[in-house]
Unconditional design. Structure first.
Lengths: 284, 284
C-alpha cells in the first residue's frame, strides 16, 4: 500500500514528488512519456533558472534525475486504469497493480485523438473514449473497440459483460494479445453515420456498428478521472483550492487542471498539491 | 519613461521580466544583491529542473544571464527611494533617477535590522525605519539618523525640513558625503530609554535623542512601499489577486508578499504578475 501514487513525471508530478519526499512521504511516480514537452521542438526560454535555452525533453530528464537522486521511486510504465476498491485507489499499469491511499494526476494534457474523418463528428455520438463511462448505454449492441494493447484489453474486459458482439479494430497495428473476438486489422479510413455513427470503413470493407470505443495507446488522465466520476469542465479536471478533485484523495496538478500551460505554473501546482496531499494523509 | 521597472533580480523579478519581454514590454530590472539566496549555504534541491543541486548564488546568476540573453536591460544598483510625482513613479538609485508607468517590487524579504541592544525594544517607540512615514511626529525634536551613504542623505533631506537638530551616527562606518550636520562616528553600543528611546550610547559617550531614524545600507522594499502608503501586514506587502498593491500601478511578487518562501512560488508569482502588469499597461 503506497501513501501516494503520482501519475505523470513531468514538471508538476516531479515537483510534487520532491516536496512530498521532503515532508517525509514516500511517493511512487509512474510516467510513460514526456508529455507535451516530448515533441516540443522549440527550446524553452521562459522557465526561470536556465541561462541557456533547454529542450523540453532534456528538462523532463533533468527532473526525473533530480527526483531519483533524492531517492524517489520512479517507474516507467503506462497506467491503464484507475479505480477505487475496498483497499483504496487501485492503479493498474501495463505490468503491475498498485494500491495507494491517495493519487495525484499530473500527466499533462496530451489527449488521445484520432486523425480519421468522422472521429470528431461522432465523438460523443456513438464514439466513446471510456467503456466504464459509456458502456452501459450499449447493452447487447454491436460494438467495436479500436486498439491493440493493454488498454484495449482493459476496455474489452468491461464491454464483454455488456455485449457478446464486440469486434476489435487494430487500425493497422499489430495485436499484442490472444483473444477470441473477431479482429479487423485493416487501417480505418473513416467513421460513417447520420446523427450517430453507424459504420466503420476500413481500407478493405465497411462494418456496421452501434458503438465504437477508442482504446489506442494509453488512456489520458481525463479518461481515468472520468471513470471515477471526477468533474471535468472544458477538458480540464476541476479541483478545489487544495488541488483535490471531487473524489476524496484524488488530486490533480499541472496542465490537466487548466490555467496557464506553463512549466512555472506546473511546478508551482506540484509544490502546492504536495502540501495538500501531505495534510490529507496526516488527517486520514 | 520606462513602461515598467522591476526592483530585484531574483526568481520573481527575472521571471516577470522574461514574461513581460515575451509580451512585448521592455522592462528595466534593477537589482543590488542576491537577496535571500546570496548567503544560502545549502544547495537548492527542491526547485524543479536541476538534476544536480545548485547553489543559490549560481541560480540567481543563471537567471540574470537568461534575462540578458533575451535582451532584457538589467542594471546593478541600489534603489534608495520610490516616489510618485507628476510624471509617474520615480525610482531613485544611488547613481540615477528613472521614471516608470509601473513598478514591480520583487526584492525578496531581506530586512534591514540592527544587532544592537535596545534596537528591537524601541523599534516603533522612537526608532523608525522611514523618515517619510514617521518624520511628522518628530517636528522640532532632537533627531538622530544612523547611516553613512545615499540612503542616509535621502532621509536627512526629508528630516531637515522637520527639525534643525539632526545628528548623524555613522556607527563606525566611513561617511560618504559632505554635510554640515553634527557627525558621531563611534560605533553605537546600545539604545537606552524607558517607554521610548531617550539616548544613544556609543563607545565614546551618551547622546540624548527624541527620535532615531535607521538608514544603514539600503532600504528594503517594505520601506519603499511604506513610504507610498502600501498596506503591509506582518511584514508582507498586501496585494490583490492581480499582484497589485493598494497603490495603482505598483505590483509586488515573490517572498515580499508572503506565502511559501520557495523559488517555485516566486517564479510563478513573477509569471502571473507579468500578466497583470501587461494588462495594466494596455488599459492605461
Amino acid at each position: 500500500m503506497k501513501q501516494v501514487i503520482i501519475i505523470g513525471y513531468g514538471p508538476a508530478g516531479i515537483s510534487a514528488a520532491i516536496y512530498l519526499k521532503r515532508a517525509g512521504v514516500e511517493p511512487l511516480v509512474i510516467g510513460k512519456d514526456f508529455g507535451a514537452l516530448e515533441g516540443y521542438s522549440d527550446l524553452i526560454e521562459n522557465y526561470y533558472g536556465f541561462s541557456k535555452p533547454i529542450e523540453g525533453k532534456k528538462l523532463i530528464q533533468e527532473g526525473i534525475d533530480q527526483a531519483k537522486r533524492l531517492g524517489i521511486e520512479i517507474i516507467q510504465d503506462a497506467v491503464i486504469s484507475l479505480k477505487i476498491d475496498d483497499i483504496g485507489f487501485l492503479v493498474v499499469t501495463s505490468k503491475h497493480r498498485y494500491h495507494a491511499k491517495s493519487v495525484l494526476l499530473s500527466t499533462g494534457k496530451t489527449r488521445t485523438t484520432l486523425n480519421i474523418p468522422g472521429f470528431n463528428k461522432f465523438r460523443g455520438k456513438g464514439i466513446s473514449m471510456c467503456a466504464t463511462c459509456d458502456g452501459y448505454f450499449y447493452r447487447k449492441k454491436k460494438l467495436a473497440i479500436v486498439g491493440c494493447g493493454a488498454y484495449m484489453l482493459h476496455e474489452l474486459e468491461y464491454l464483454n459483460r455488456i455485449s457478446q458482439d464486440v469486434t476489435i479494430f487494430t487500425h493497422g497495428n499489430q495485436l499484442n494479445a490472444d483473444i477470441e473476438q473477431k479482429i479487423i486489422s485493416d487501417p480505418i479510413v473513416s467513421f460513417k453515420g447520420n446523427e450517430k455513427v453507424t459504420h466503420i470503413e476500413t481500407t478493405q470493407g465497411m462494418y456496421e456498428v452501434d458503438g465504437v470505443f477508442i482504446a489506442l495507446g494509453v488512456p489520458s488522465s481525463v479518461d481515468f478521472a472520468s471513470q471515477l466520476g471526477v468533474i471535468v469542465e472544458k477538458n480540464n479536471l476541476v479541483v478545489d483550492e487544495d488541488y483535490q478533485t471531487n473524489v476524496e484523495g484524488l488530486f490533480a496538478a499541472g496542465d490537466i487542471i487548466g490555467g496557464k500551460l506553463q512549466i512555472a505554473k506546473a511546478v508551482y501546482d506540484g509544490m502546492e498539491a504536495a502540501d495538500s496531499i501531505y495534510q490529507y494523509l496526516k488527517n486520514k
